[in-house]
Design a protein around this ligand. Structure first.
Ligand SMILES: Cc1ncc(COP(=O)(O)O)c(C=O)c1O
Length: 410
C-alpha cells in the first residue's frame, strides 16, 4: 500500500497510514517500546470527534450519557466526564470511578439487575440516581433511605413489551432479568411514591450494537410512547426519560456504519413531541461503544512464527485473556475477524494468509483466523482495531496467569 492511501484493513479514524500506524501524535512502535506489549491505546481526538458528531446531530435538549461499562479506564472516564451530561455505571466499582471524575453525582445513574445491599448503601450515600429493577431493590433503597435520613433519586427501569430487531444483544422484550415488566410498572411506581423516593426518571434499554437507523428510531419511538403512557398518571413530570441507545459500530466486512443523521432527524421529532407534552422532561441517550469503540486499538507483538500443515501461525504475546471480544468468544454466534493489520508494515502488500493466535493453551485463543496480511516476522506488531469498547474490561485477565496489558489514553 502506498503511503497515505486508504487501506480497507484500516478503519477510520486511522486513515492516514504510513509505514507505522500513528495513533494520536504517537507511533504504535514508540508506544510499544515505552509501555511494553501488549497494550491498549485510546485516542482522545477520536473520542472527542465522536461526541461532537453526536452533539451536532442530536437535539440540544437531549442529554448524552456515557455507559462506563464499555471502557472504565479512569483517565478515559475523566476525559469524558467533562464532555457528556451523565455517566451510567453498573457496579459500585464503576460508581467509584464515576464519582472520582468531575461528573455531578446526581448525573451518575446506576443500572443492573443485581445490586448488593452494600452497593445500594453507597449509592444512597453518594446521591447518585439509582435505577430500580425489582421490588427488592425498591425495598432496600427505601430501608437505606430511612437509615441514612436521605431522599434518594431513583428511576424505574422498564422491560418493554417489544424487542429491537437487529440488535447484537437484546435487553428488553420477553422475560428478562433486567428492569421490571412494563405490565407491573404502575404498581412499582405507586410503591416508589409511597416509600417517599424521588422518582427522577424512567429508563428503557432495549438492546445494543444496532447499525440500522430505522430500527433504532422505531425503538426510541416505542420507548418514549411507553414512558409517556406511564408518566401521565404521576403526580409530577419526570426529569428524564432515558430511551437507551444501542448505536452500533461496524466490526466486520459488510457492516455499514450507522447513519447518525437519520437517527438525529427522528430524535428531533421525538424531542419536539416531548417538549410539547412535558416541557420539563428531557430525553437521555445512553451510549458506550459508539463513543469509544472505534477510538481504541489493541497492540500485541509477534513472538513466534510457525507453519502447521501448511497453515502459517503468528503467535502473539497477547490474546483472548486481554481481548475476549476479538477472539469471538463474547457473544458471537459465528466467529468473525475483527479488523487487524501488521501495524509496522502498513506500506507492504498483503501476501499471505495467516492465523494470529495468542499464547494461551486453548484453541479459543485466536485473534484473527486466516486473514490476508503482509508477511510478518517475530517482533512485528499486530494491531486489532475497533477495540475501544468491551476490550480489556470484558476479558478474563486471570486466565492462565499471563500479565495484564497496559492501557494508555493518547
Ligand atoms: C443499561 C445499559 N446501558 C448502556 C449499555 C451500553 O451499550 P453500548 O455499549 O452498546 O452502547 C448497555 C450494554 O449492555 C446496558 O446494558
Amino acid at each position: 500500500m502506498a503511503t497515505g492511501e486508504h487501506d480497507p484493513r484500516i478503519p477510520p479514524p486511522f486513515q492516514q497510514a504510513e509505514r507505522v500506524l500513528r495513533f494520536g501524535d504517537q507511533s504504535i512502535d514508540v508506544l510499544a517500546n515505552e509501555l511494553g506489549t501488549p497494550y491498549y491505546a485510546y485516542d482522545r481526538a477520536a473520542i472527542e470527534a465522536r461526541v461532537q458528531a453526536l452533539r451536532r446531530h442530536l437535539p440540544q435538549r437531549v442529554r448524552l450519557s456515557y455507559a462506563v461499562k464499555a471502557n472504565p479506564m479512569p483517565a478515559l472516564v475523566n476525559f469524558l466526564a467533562s464532555r457528556v451530561d451523565g455517566l451510567d455505571v453498573a457496579s459500585a466499582g464503576e460508581a467509584e470511578r464515576a464519582l472520582a471524575s468531575a461528573m455531578t453525582p446526581s448525573a451518575i445513574s446506576f443500572a443492573g439487575p443485581g445490586k448488593r445491599d452494600s452497593e445500594i448503601a453507597q449509592a444512597v450515600h453518594s446521591g447518585i440516581t439509582i435505577g430500580l429493577e425489582s421490588r427488592r431493590q425498591i425495598d432496600t433503597v427505601a430501608a437505606e433511605a430511612r437509615e441514612q435520613g436521605k431522599t434518594p433519586r431513583v428511576s424505574l427501569r422498564l422491560n418493554p413489551d417489544f424487542r429491537v430487531k437487529g440488535s447484537g444483544m437484546h435487553m428488553g422484550g420477553g422475560p428478562q432479568p433486567f428492569g421490571v415488566d412494563v405490565e407491573q410498572a404502575p404498581e412499582f411506581l405507586r410503591t416508589i411514591h409511597d416509600e417517599g423516593l424521588h422518582l427522577a426518571g424512567i429508563h428503557i434499554f432495549a438492546g445494543s450494537q444496532n447499525l440500522r437507523a430505522s430500527v433504532i428510531a422505531e425503538a426510541q419511538r416505542r420507548s418514549l410512547d411507553l414512558a409517556l403512557e406511564l408518566t401521565h398518571e404521576l403526580s409530577h413530570a419526570p426529569e428524564f426519560i432515558n430511551i437507551g441507545g444501542g448505536f452500533g459500530i461496524p466490526y466486520f466486512p459488510g457492516d455499514v456504519p450507522l447513519d447518525l443523521a437519520t437517527v438525529g432527524k427522528h430524535l428531533h421529532a421525538l424531542d419536539e413531541e416531548l417538549a410539547a407534552a412535558s416541557p420539563d422532561t428531557h430525553l437521555v441517550v445512553e451510549l458506550g461503544r459508539y463513543i469509544v469503540g472505534e477510538a481504541g486499538v489493541y497492540v500485541t507483538r509477534v513472538i513466534d512464527r510457525k507453519i502447521s500443515r501448511g497453515q502459517v501461525y503468528l503467535i502473539t504475546d497477547g490474546g483472548m485473556h486481554h481481548h475476549l471480544a476479538a477472539s469471538g468468544n463474547l457473544g458471537q454466534v459465528l466467529r468473525k475477524n475483527y479488523p487487524v493489520a501488521i501495524g509496522n508494515r502498513l506500506d507492504e502488500r498483503a501476501e499471505e494468509r495467516v492465523t494470529i493466535a495468542g499464547p494461551l493453551c486453548t484453541p479459543l485463543d485466536v485473534l484473527a483466523d486466516r486473514v490476508f496480511l503482509p508477511r510478518a516476522e517475530v517482533g512485528d506488531l499486530v494491531v486489532v482495531f475497533q477495540s475501544g469498547a468491551y476490550g480489556l474490561t470484558a476479558s478474563p485477565t486471570g486466565f492462565l496467569g499471563h500479565p495484564p496489558p497496559q492501557e494508555i489514553l493518547v
